[in-house]
Structures are given as structure tokens and as C-alpha cells.
Design a protein around this ligand. Structure first.
Ligand SMILES: [Zn+2]
Length: 441
């Protein structure tokens, strides 16, 4: 009898962990059952991927879906819809919501809610605070929890742990890798007085200067070394940190944001004003070059969008009142594919950064790799398709993107989550079927 599958992806070029191969993939019960399928095999759904590349389901390990919060700006239903439209099969969502995800009640609520409304699979961060330290070792092992997130410098929300004493206590409170927003809060506060309201938006990177980030990272690395607790530095933004962290690769992984690889000061602030303001700030060309060098030297483990929507009105306020954070979950994959086509990195390296990287850093189980037994998650892309990023395409209720007008070559055609086609040709299909990602630990 012929082999039968739920889904067969035929005639695509698959990006496997060991390289690209023209091979057919069979999925059954949500998992990859066969790499290499005879022509006699049948399936409920056959996806014709002729002329397309089949990638393992891409992961954005850094989004802020603002839920609970203001649904007019973003929510898990809208944010995850943007994710699958943009070619992402899974996202990991940050805890600085309103209220924040810092205790068992909120984790329980979010675990249930995600599986009711999300279009893609999701991991959940738990926020570490000065008052929940005793609970963190338990919370970090919750179902779907990708790890603890610490804001060592202030950003949106009220989660902050700025002092070494509490940071060390948190590092000694559990064992999984901790994700950090690394900026030195004392330096940030001290420098605030140097600037005045209404200064140009580019002032943002003078206020939160290179030393704010570098000092924050030096302090965190000293404590991580002292305690032996593994760290993940989110959104590394300076050349100095990349050089410094070469001596800490045994305990530290790193993330770069697509913005740092794509936009640079002063141009971004002149063109976009408050719509270029984020934390840590987008900096000058030297740091963009350093981020690309870091990617090519293997110093980067994950690429994030740091999708952090605010209303247009909030973004148009004069500096420093304008809210920090940019949308990006829907545009991450097209922009990275465009970088591949521009020759800045290989498609295999992009998949390493957006699949294997997040799976390795956070310990995701069954994700991040196209291999038998792994989840049937795929991002199917047309490397030749040319398209302009338009704000009308963005489904986030916030309604804007800092990449509007950018011409892209390479576009996600379909997103498949555990064997179900959830997006094809710009259309979201079926109903929300996202599940919590499983993590080892
Ligand atoms: Zn963030």
C-alpha cells in the first residue's frame, strides 16, 4: 500500500540542518514523518512547492503582544496573525504587559489564553522582579515558559531589576538561561538631565549611549561568571559588546534585532522621527557593521524583531515623551530574506539564526530543525518574489511599520504549523490553532 500522509510538500528545495536538498517532506499527526517520499505516496493535502524554498518554521523569540493591555494597539490574536502572515511559525512573547506576567496566576491565565486565540505556536517569558525571586525557580519550568526575562534597564512597563544584589539573587534562584535587557539604569538616569524635552529624536541614542549598554553587559557578565548562571543578552546594540562577549561564550548567547541590521543613525531618525525610537537605540553605521560582522563570526545566536507596538499618537509625541518600541513581527522574515538576496548572509545561516538558534538558546523541544520526528512547521518562501512593504498589509491594530516603502526581494508564501497550512498567499486559513511551545528543563 502507498504511504499516506496528512501533508506532503512536493518539489521544493528544503533547507535541512546539513544543507539544501530537493526532497519531498511527509507530515503525519503534526510531525515530520519522512524526508524523501516516493512519488506513489498520497496525502490529504499536497503542497506544490515547485520553485520555492521550504524552511523549517521560522521563530521570532522576541515579541511584545501587549496582552493584556490595550487591544487597540496589539493583542495575542492580532500579533500572532501578523506573525503567520509574515512567515513565522512560533513567537516567544515578553512579560511586560498590563498586568505583567510575573506570578503563577498570570502564567496560568496566559497558558490557557494562548491556546484559545493564537494563530502560531508561542513561548511565554516570565518577568523577574525584586519581589518574585523565591517563585522564579518554579515559574521558569511552567508549561510553555521559554525563560525568565529581566529588565536591568528601564523600558516600557514597570518591570525592573537594576541593582547587583537583586540580580545576583535572581541568578541564584533557578537554572535555566535568563534573557536580559542590558542597559545600566544608573547611567541612564544620571544622563537624563543632559537633555531637554523637544530635543531631536536622535538624542535618544545620545541619552542611552553606547556605554549604557556596554556597562550593563559588563555588570551582567561579572555576575553570570560569579554565579555560573547562563545568560542571553537580548538586542546587543554596540560593537563594544560583541567584542567583549567573545570571552563569555561559555555562559552567554546573544540576540541581534533586524532593525540594527537594516537601519542606522542619523538617517533613521531624520526619516522616521519617533518611529525610529526604541531601546536600546538604533545607532550609527559602525554598529550596524559590527552586528553584521558578529553574524558572520558566529557571535549571534538569534534574530528578533522586538515587535513592540505603540499607538501612532504615542510615537508622534516629542522626545523623550514619545514611546519607545517599534512594530516588526510581520516584516521580520521578508527583511531577512532581502538581506539574503543582497548577499549579506546565506539562506542556511538565516535558518540557523531563526530556527536552530532560538531552539538551542531556550531549549525548545521539537522545533528549529527540519528532521524526522520534529514538528511539521514550515515557512515556504519565494526567493525571487519582489514586493514593497506597505502599511496596508500590516494587521497590527497599531497600523504602522518603520519599514514602509522598503522594496524587498524574497517573500514568505506560506506558513505551516504542525502540519496545518495557516497562511497561504497572504490569506490566513482556518481558525487559531496555536499551542504552547515545549521547553526542556
Ligand atoms: Zn523587547
Amino acid at each position: 500500500m502507498a504511504e499516506h500522509y496528512d501533508l506532503l510538500i512536493r518539489d521544493g528545495i528544503c533547507v535541512l540542518p546539513w544543507g539544501q536538498e530537493a526532497i519531498d517532506v511527509g507530515v503525519r499527526d503534526g510531525r515530520i514523518k519522512a524526508l524523501g517520499v516516493p512519488s506513489s505516496a498520497t496525502a490529504e493535502t499536497v503542497f506544490d512547492a515547485r520553485g520555492l524554498h521550504v524552511l523549517p518554521g521560522l521563530i521570532d523569540p522576541h515579541v511584545h503582544f501587549r496582552d493584556p493591555g490595550d487591544k487597540a494597539v496589539e493583542s495575542i490574536p492580532t500579533g500572532s496573525k501578523g506573525a503567520v502572515l509574515g512567515g513565522l511559525a512560533a513567537v516567544f512573547d515578553m512579560p511586560n504587559t498590563s498586568p505583567s506576567v510575573v506570578d503563577a496566576d498570570m502564567v496560568t491565565w496566559k497558558q490557557k489564553y494562548v491556546e484559545e486565540v493564537a494563530w502560531c505556536d508561542m513561548g511565554i517569558y516570565v518577568g523577574g522582579t525584586k519581589t518574585n525571586i523565591a517563585a522564579l525557580a518554579g515559574l521558569e519550568c511552567g508549561c510553555g515558559v521559554c525563560g525568565i526575562k529581566i529588565f536591568a534597564g528601564s523600558s516600557t512597563g514597570d518591570l525592573m531589576v537594576e541593582d547587583d544584589e537583586h540580580l545576583e539573587k535572581i541568578m541564584r534562584s533557578g537554572r535555566r538561561r535568563i534573557a536580559y535587557h542590558s542597559e545600566d539604569e544608573y547611567r541612564l538616569q544620571a544622563r537624563k538631565a543632559l537633555f531637554k524635552a523637544g530635543d531631536p529624536y536622535a538624542t535618544h541614542m545620545e541619552w542611552r549611549d553606547e556605554e549604557c549598554a556596554f556597562l550593563g553587559t559588563r555588570r551582567l557578565m561579572a555576575l553570570a561568571r560569579k554565579t555560573g548562571r547562563a545568560a542571553h543578552i537580548l538586542h546587543v546594540s554596540t560593537a563594544q559588546e560583541f567584542e567583549y562577549l567573545k570571552d563569555y561564550r561559555d555562559i552567554c548567547t546573544t540576540e541581534v534585532l533586524v532593525n540594527y541590521l537594516t537601519q542606522a543613525a542619523p538617517d533613521c531618525y531624520e526619516r522616521l522621527g519617533g518611529f525610529a525610537v526604541m531601546n536600546p537605540p538604533i545607532r550609527g553605521q559602525r554598529h550596524m557593521d559590527a552586528a553584521w560582522k558578529a553574524i558572520n563570526e558566529g557571535m549571534v545566536d538569534t534574530i528578533g524583531s522586538d515587535h513592540a507596538p505603540h499607538s501612532r499618537a504615542q510615537k508622534m509625541l516629542p522626545w523623550p515623551s514619545c514611546a519607545s518600541g517599534l512594530t516588526g513581527v510581520q516584516t521580520l522574515v521578508p527583511i531577512m530574506l532581502n538581506h539574503v538576496n543582497a548577499g549579506r548572509l546565506s539562506l542556511n545561516r538565516m535558518v540557523d539564526l531563526m530556527c536552530a538558534g532560538p531552539a538551542r538558546v531556550y531549549g525548545a523541544v521539537g522545533k528549529g530543525r527540519m528532521a524526522a520526528g520534529y514538528d511539521g512547521d514550515f515557512t515556504i518562501v519565494d526567493m525571487k518574489k519582489q514586493r514593497r512593504i506597505e502599511e496596508s498589509w500590516i494587521v497590527s491594530p497599531s497600523g504602522w511599520t518603520p519599514f514602509a516603502g522598503m522594496d524587498i526581494t524574497g517573500w514568505p508564501i506560506s506558513t505551516i504549523v504542525r502540519g496545518t497550512v495557516v497562511m497561504r498567499d497572504d490569506t490566513v486559513l482556518g481558525s487559531p490553532g496555536g499551542k504552547l511551545v515545549k521547553f526542556a528543563g
